[in-house]
Design a protein around this ligand. Structure first.
Ligand SMILES: NC(=O)c1ccc[n+]([C@@H]2O[C@H](COP(=O)([O-])OP(=O)(O)OC[C@H]3O[C@@H](n4cnc5c(N)ncnc54)[C@H](O)[C@@H]3O)[C@@H](O)[C@H]2O)c1
Length: 393
């Protein structure tokens, strides 16, 4: 049994190591928060696709610990080896399963490619065996690639502007340096490939397969997550290749909503707040925007993390008496606080001021970095980082 001391190893805003005890503690923090809230008359049997980190993990925790739902989770994780720790989601899933079992709540996590038909079939068998039917399906994948099972083609998503070069500020949050950077416009196939990976096609395949297998409960709800964001990130995000994928996801939501009507079901896309997750840390410009946003929202006392966002999604949107509140395009908006006019006006002012010299004054770079490290189990209170970590069992 190999054991080593684990320290954060971060290259270009990507962390290559994970601390198992820190991850477990962070999962427990969310579970404890969720348990302390008012109970929601929400899902009973939930399927969470992309369950291991970020919004998907919080969706699973809220389903299980605020609503008592049994959950099946799907995610794609790296297992630990004799030399290297596993991915954060590997440890998060293990802790979630452990705590669910201790609480007498059913939970089973499948590690595999959610885009494949094999895992979909495996999930369907499990639903039939354990739940009969599911009444909530959360689709929360963030992936750089998708192998289309119908063609065997591997599609790669990109984060590129369309038709113009994008020049903006970005931050190296470990070195606390603000840099100018440019991204060249999308080339041939970039939009189509990004839509293939992050658009709605796979969500639709999931719902179709679940429907054909007869495992969707009367009144089933399904939700996928989108993002809009501010003007400063628009060229590379909402108006860029990923924005096209999100438009496609949102159109799929409307289509699925129609499809589910005969069984009293609903499909929604929820536009969520920008938060520090493994996926968002990777997007240039977004980390700098988030650290400014956090500074403003923390000062106003309306900052939320993934857990608070998802609890509010269930409690005030998905599981309300009567109609779910949506915007003019049929989307749920829990980015409402982020997008408030006063908050975005302050973002614009601070965006113009931000530089390496002013970083600590105009942004919450410390909070951003702490959140990032904690995603990987580091910088968590009460963890003894001097102690060896067991790798493979
Ligand atoms: N983070 C944000 O600021 C933000 C804001 C609004 C919306 N969103 C959206 O929320 C969704 C989830 O993003 P996140 O930020 O929580 O990301 P994340 O990286 O924390 O989580 C992604 C999840 O997808 C899983 N996954 C990736 N590829 C997979 C595959 N092939 N098979 C199975 N599982 C796979 C990962 O294991 C993980 O559980 C995305 O659609 C994202 O665009 C994110």
């Amino acid at each position: 049994m190999a054991s080593i001391q684990v320290k954060p190893m971060i290259i270009n805003n990507v962390c290559l190591t994970t601390h198992p005890d820190g991850c477990a503690a962070m999962v427990n923090e969310q579970i404890d928060w969720s348990k302390a809230q008012k109970k929601i008359d929400g899902p009973k049997n939930a399927l969470i696709i992309g369950c291991s980190t970020g919004y998907g993990l919080s969706s699973r925790i809220a389903a299980a610990f605020s609503s008592g739902a049994g959950t099946i989770g799907v995610s794609f994780e790296k297992l630990p080896t004799a030399k290297k720790t596993g991915s954060p989601g590997f440890y998060n899933n293990a802790e979630f399963d452990k705590k669910s079992q201790e609480a007498g709540i059913y939970s089973k996590t499948l590690n595999g490619d959610a885009y494949s038909n094999d895992i979909k079939e495996e999930v369907i068998s499990l639903i039939k065996e354990k739940f009969e039917k599911v009444d909530l399906i959360v689709y929360s994948l963030a992936s750089p690639v998708r192998m289309d099972p119908a063609t065997g083609i591997l599609h790669k998503s990109t984060l590129k502007p369309i038709g113009e070069t994008f020049a903006a500020k970005s931050v190296d949050f470990m070195k606390e340096i603000v840099k100018e950077f440019t991204i060249e416009p999308a080339g041939e196939g970039d939009v189509e490939n990004t839509v293939k990976v992050m658009g709605g096609e796979d969500w639709e395949i999931w719902i179709n397969m679940l429907s054909e297998a007869g495992v969707l409960a009367e009144g089933v709800k399904t939700v996928a997550y989108s993002y809009i964001g501010p003007e400063v990130t628009a060229t590379v995000y909402r108006k860029g290749t990923i924005g096209k994928a999100k438009e496609n996801l949102e159109a799929t939501g409307l289509k699925l909503d129609e499809k589910l009507k005969p069984i009293g079901g609903r499909a929604f896309v929820s536009v969520n707040k920008a938060l520090v997750t493994r996926a968002s840390a990777y997007i240039p410009v977004v980390s700098l925007y988030i650290s400014i946003l956090f500074k403003i929202m923390k000062a106003k006392g309306n900052h939320e993390g993934c857990m608070e966002q998802i609890y509010r999604l269930y409690d005030e949107r998905l599981y309300v008496e009567g109609e779910t509140p949506v915007d003019s395009e049929g989307r749920i908006r829990i980015d409402d606080l982020e997008m408030r006019e006063d908050i975005q006006a302050e973002v614009s002012v601070l965006w113009d001021k931000v530089s390496t010299e002013t970083l600590s004054e105009v942004t919450d770079i410390i909070g951003y970095r702490k959140d990032f490290l904690q995603l990987h189990g580091f910088d968590v209170e009460g963890i003894d980082y001097g102690k060896d970590v067991v790798l493979e069992d």
